[in-house]
Design a protein around this ligand. Sequence first.
Ligand code: HEC
Ligand code: HEC
Length: 206
Amino acid sequence: MRLFLVTLLAALLTAAMAAADVSPEELYQPCASCHGADAGGNAGLQAPRLNHLRPVYILAQLDKFQRGLRGAGDATAAAQQMAASVSMLPPPERWPELAHYISELASGPSAATLAGGDPVLGGDYFNQFCGACHGPAAGGNVALNAPALAGADDWYLAAQLQAFREGQRGQHREDRSGRQMRNMARVLPDQQAILDVIAFIRSQPQ
Ligand code: HEC
Ligand code: HEC
């Protein structure tokens, strides 16, 4: 009986969120507690900036988190936390509006937290290994599913490269774009190269 009530309540909540009179801003409210009201990110919670991303990439990642292609298995604690947060999402038919709302938010560039990267050396690595998919100025390439990196938090870029290298992201068989990136993350020779590439990405305009 208790379970039935809980299920009923959840169904009612979902129905309420699906209602057309709930604005995209309201749909974003539960997300703001981690990602910030302007989607500028919160380093303390390991929740990244989202407002530099295109809606199509946001949608793809929400779908991956919900289907367990990202944030499951051996994923990092941060990714597991996001995977658990998909319960706060409205029904899928409202995701496009939510993603569009997020991508329209604005915030200043996030503060640098990593030191010691050489943007010139990083530019060489980037042109050689990354630009073909992410674009010469790290603006992303929709046709290749490659997200914009310019504008992202430096700590988040480092954490994701690490996760791809360790097989904590992009490991799922059905995660084709993640697997592609996983192979690419391994071409950077060492930690210094990662810092250099991130310094280059951070030097590019959003
Ligand atoms: C409890 C905190 C928390 C809440 C609530 C939360 N997120 Fe997240 N989110 C995270 C963390 C942490 C990550 C980073 C995951 C990782 O490191 O792989 C993340 C990652 C993401 C990403 C992937 C970004 C990228 O560049 O790939 C998207 C998109 C996202 N969240 C959207 C949302 C939306 C939309 C909501 C509201 C339904 C939401 N999040 C609610 C913590 C949260
Ligand atoms: C073959 C195309 C390709 C190449 C080359 C490539 N990437 Fe990616 N990258 C992708 C794709 C596709 C994704 C999205 C993965 C997903 O959907 O989970 C991605 C995701 C990322 C992410 C996660 C961004 C986020 O918001 O979560 C980072 C960081 C990244 N790439 C950095 C790099 C760097 C640095 C290089 C060069 C060493 C590189 N990529 C080379 C295709 C590529």
